[in-house]
Design a protein around this ligand. Structure first.
Ligand SMILES: Cc1ncc(C[n+]2csc(CCOP(=O)(O)OP(=O)(O)O)c2C)c(N)n1
Length: 333
C-alpha cells in the first residue's frame, strides 16, 4: 500500500522497488512503441517521454486514486502510473476499439474518467483550465483533495497558463501545477524564446508558492510533490513545481532533432533518472541486483501481453464511424 499521508519520502525496499518498477515500465513501454511505430502498427503522432520518467512517477506516487490528473500529449507514462491497464493504453496506441479512448484518441488522447485521468490533450496548455475547473468543482462541493496538472515549459508562454494560474490563486483552488521543463518546446530552446527562463518565478508572481526541483531525481521530485500536495489538501491554495528535466528523444517521431547538439543529449543521459536511482538504491543496499532483473522480467512480460492484446483486438466497426461525433438533433417542443 502506498504511503501518501506523510510529508517525508520513506525509502523502504518496497517503495524503492515500486519507484524503479514504474519508471522501467514507462521506459520499456515507450521503447516498444517506437519499434511498433516504425512497423506502422502505431500510426499518427507519437511523443516519447523517455528521460522524464522520474516526474510522473515521483508526483503520482503522492496522489490518492481519486485525485484527478490532467496531462499533455506526452502522457503515456502518466497514464500507466495512474493505473490505466497497459493493455488498454497499448490498444489505444493501435487505434483499436478496446483502447482507453475506444481507439479514437490515439497516443495524444489517453483518457479514462474511471481512473480520474482527464487527458491526454493535443493543445499546448489546454489542460490547465481543465484542471482549474476540476479543482473548482471539488472546492464548491467541499471535497478536500488535490487536482494535479502536468504541462511543459512551452505551455508557460500561453495565455491559458496565465489565466489559469491567476484564477487558481485568486480563488484559492486545490491544484498542483507541475511544469516538466525539458528546455525545448518542439525545436525552440527556452532561452531563445523567454526573457526570464525561470517558470517557477513566473508562477510566483501570481502569489503561488513554487519551487524548482531536479526532475532527474525521483526522490527529490517525490519529496517536493509530497510537501506541495499536502499543502493543497490542507486548503492552502495552489502550489507549483518546476521539474528540471530533459527528453532524450526527439519531440515526436517526425522530428529530425536538428536544433540541439548531440553532446548536450549525451551529457543529460549521464543523469538518466532510472540509472541514477537504480545505482543509488543498489549502492545503499536498499535494492539488490536480483530486484532489477525481476523488474525487467515482469515488465517485459506485461509489454508482450499488452502487444498481443492490442494486435488481437478489434477495430471499431465502420457502422460506428459517426457515433458520438454528431449530436442527435434536438427535438423542438
Ligand atoms: C495551442 C497550440 N499551439 C501550438 C501547438 C504545436 N505544438 C505542439 S507541441 C509544441 C511544443 C510544446 O512544448 P512544451 O509545452 O514545452 O512540451 P514538451 O513537448 O516539451 O513536453 C507546440 C508548439 C499546439 N499543439 N497547440
Amino acid at each position: 500500500m502506498r504511503n501518501i499521508a506523510d510529508d517525508r519520502v520513506h525509502l523502504t525496499r518496497e517503495h524503492a522497488f515500486e519507484l524503479l518498477r514504474q519508471m522501467t515500465r514507462i521506459r520499456r513501454f515507450e521503447e516498444k512503441c517506437a519499434e511498433l511505430y516504425t512497423q506502422e502498427k502505431i500510426r499518427g503522432f507519437l511523443h516519447l517521454y523517455i528521460g522524464e520518467e522520474a516526474n510522473a512517477v515521483g508526483v503520482i506516487s503522492t496522489l490518492s486514486e481519486d485525485e484527478a490528473i490532467v496531462a499533455t500529449y506526452r502522457e503515456h507514462g502518466h497514464a500507466l502510473v495512474r493505473g490505466l491497464p497497459m493493455n488498454e493504453v497499448m490498444a489505444e496506441m493501435f487505434g483499436k476499439a478496446a483502447g482507453s479512448s475506444r481507439g479514437r484518441g490515439g497516443s495524444m488522447h489517453i483518457f479514462s474518467a474511471r481512473h480520474r485521468f482527464f487527458g491526454g490533450n493535443a493543445i499546448v496548455a489546454g489542460g490547465l483550465p481543465l484542471a482549474v475547473g476540476l479543482a473548482l468543482a471539488d472546492k464548491m462541493v467541499g471535497i478536500e483533495r488535490a487536482t494535479c496538472c502536468f504541462f511543459g515549459e512551452g505551455a508557460a508562454a500561453e495565455g491559458e497558463f496565465h489565466e489559469s494560474l491567476n484564477l487558481a490563486a485568486l480563488w484559492h483552488l486545490p491544484v498542483l501545477f507541475v511544469c516538466e521543463n525539458n528546455l525545448y518546446a518542439m525545436g525552440t530552446a527556452l532561452a531563445r524564446s523567454q526573457s526570464n527562463p525561470s517558470i517557477s518565478e513566473r508562477a510566483a508572481v501570481y502569489g503561488i508558492e513554487s519551487e524548482a526541483v531536479d526532475g532527474m531525481n525521483v526522490v527529490d521530485v517525490e519529496a517536493a510533490a509530497r510537501r506541495a500536495v499536502h499543502a493543497v489538501r490542507r486548503g492552502e491554495g495552489p502550489r507549483f513545481i518546476e521539474a528540471m528535466t530533459y527528453r532524450f528523444r526527439a519531440h515526436s517521431m517526425f522530428d529530425p532533432d536538428l536544433y540541439r547538439e548531440k553532446a548536450e543529449i549525451e551529457e543529460w543521459k549521464k543523469r538518466d533518472p532510472i540509472m541514477l536511482f537504480a545505482d543509488w538504491a543498489l549502492s545503499a543496499g536498499i535494492l539488490h541486483q536480483d530486484d532489477r532483473q525481476e523488474i525487467e522480467a515482469g515488465v517485459a512480460q506485461e509489454i508482450d501481453a499488452a502487444v498481443a492484446f492490442a494486435e488481437a483486438a478489434d477495430w471499431e466497426p465502420v457502422e460506428d464511424l459517426v457515433k458520438d461525433v454528431i449530436s442527435p438533433p434536438e427535438t423542438v417542443p
